[in-house]
Design a protein around this ligand. Structure first.
Ligand SMILES: Cc1cc2nc3c(=O)[nH]c(=O)nc-3n(C[C@H](O)[C@H](O)[C@H](O)COP(=O)(O)O)c2cc1C
Length: 373
């Protein structure tokens, strides 16, 4: 049972961006994850309590070259919920052009600059975390974005390039001076990619170095790790990435424990209800077509973590191509859970998170424990 903390009467801290006017700290974010956090999953996470979501990263230059395709894949269809669009690249004029296009055509509350992607093919073009070594260029990008549209600009960055160059505090100051209104710090270096532990120390030092709000990211898997992030760094919010894979309920848990809030309809979200909602949203978005089910397969594999018979469930999840397949798969999931005395939903898996290869969605699915509810 999760303990509910009393809602703080007021939390003094840096002014939140205008789009967060209706929210109070700590803000609860779903992180951008390329190949994972598409529109259906973001929408699902919003329904389960995420307060802010961010698009998968989109190339600023590509947006100019193929606007229709990219604008569709960004999926800026979240009504009036706070949704940021993240761009990557290296030319300030590309960012400015992309921002103008976004401002004219896509509903979102702000533009986020990617200074964190560690993938070789991204870094070799001086994009993503390569900007941690070129903070002046990062500042030019932020300044170009600020000048291009009225949309607030934020930056998501790493602790530094490697353990010898933890420079997030200085880079953060440079971004603030250039006009950024909020920063997210992933407490790993580029060298760490997605392994090892995120440094709460680096996040705390960055938070102390600037007067704009900082969001903490890295290793948030459950309420306890979110509370640790908040207590040890003093950040204005937490951003959950791999902790949401197969566990979108984490947002309901965080809303309840950190803010004393009960997200609407939290009780009706059994495992089956969550899967059906995600499938329904995916079909609404992409049609009832075989292709729609391919990106869903990895999510189903994550949902099966810890359920008895997971090996065969995971194997079958890899073949799912239709609503009927999902139906048959879920019947087996429910039967396996019932036989094991589980009902409702799996709770926070205790397994290590999936491994990421080269910054894309290639994963090594780990087994997690499912607690009966
Ligand atoms: C599959 C995958 C794709 C990612 N794609 C993005 C991205 O598009 N933009 C970004 O800023 N970070 C991206 N990230 C990084 C996450 O947002 C987050 O910073 C990182 O996973 C650390 O958080 P965690 O320890 O909670 O997973 C990605 C991470 C994963 C696992």
């Amino acid at each position: 049972m999760i303990e509910t903390a009393p809602a703080p009467a007021s939390v003094a801290g840096p002014a939140l961006p205008p789009w967060a006017a209706r929210l109070r700290p700590p803000l609860i974010f779903l992180a951008p994850m390329d190949g994972v956090t598409d529109w259906p999953f973001r929408e699902l996470c919003f329904r389960l309590g995420a307060e802010v979501t961010v698009s998968e990263f989109a190339p600023a230059a590509g947006l100019m070259a193929a606007p229709k395709k990219l604008m569709r894949s960004i999926g800026a269809r979240h009504g009036d919920r706070p949704f940021l669009i993240q761009l990557y690249g290296k030319h300030p004029k590309d960012f400015a052009g992309a921002a103008r296009m976004i401002y004219d055509h896509l509903p979102c509350v702000g533009i986020d600059v990617n200074m964190g992607c560690p993938a070789d093919q991204v870094v070799s073009h001086s994009h993503g975390s390569a900007l941690m070594r070129e903070p002046q260029l990062g500042a030019e990008i932020v300044a170009a974005l600020v000048a291009a549209t009225p949309l607030p600009v934020s930056v998501k960055m790493r602790a530094g390039w490697n353990s010898d160059s933890i420079n997030a505090p200085e880079v953060a100051q440079t971004m603030e001076a250039a006009g950024a209104c909020m920063l997210t710090i992933h407490g790993r270096t580029r060298e760490q990619r997605f392994t090892g532990l995120a440094s709460l120390e680096a996040i705390a030092a960055t938070r102390a170095a600037v007067s704009i709000p900082v969001i903490g990211n890295g290793d948030i898997r459950d309420v306890a790790s979110a509370q640790r992030m908040l207590a040890e760094t003093g950040v204005a919010g937490v951003m959950v990435a791999r902790g949401a894979e197969g566990n979108p309920w984490i947002f309901a848990d965080l809303r309840q424990a950190l803010k004393g809030e009960r997200p609407p309809d939290a009780d009706r979200w059994s495992l089956s209800a969550v899967v059906w909602e995600q499938v329904r949203l995916a079909v609404e978005d992409r049609g009832d077509d075989r292709q729609t089910f391919l990106p869903l397969r990895k999510h189903l594999i994550w949902y099966a973590r810890g359920i008895p018979g997971k090996d065969s469930l995971r194997k079958r999840a890899q073949q799912i191509s239709s609503i009927d397949d999902v139906d048959a798969w879920l019947m087996d999931v429910e039967a396996a859970m019932a036989a094991a005395g589980m009902h409702g939903r799996p709770l926070t898996p205790e397994a290590p998170p999936s491994k990421v290869v080269a910054g894309d969605a290639a994963v090594d699915h780990q087994h997690g424990a499912v607690r009966p509810v």
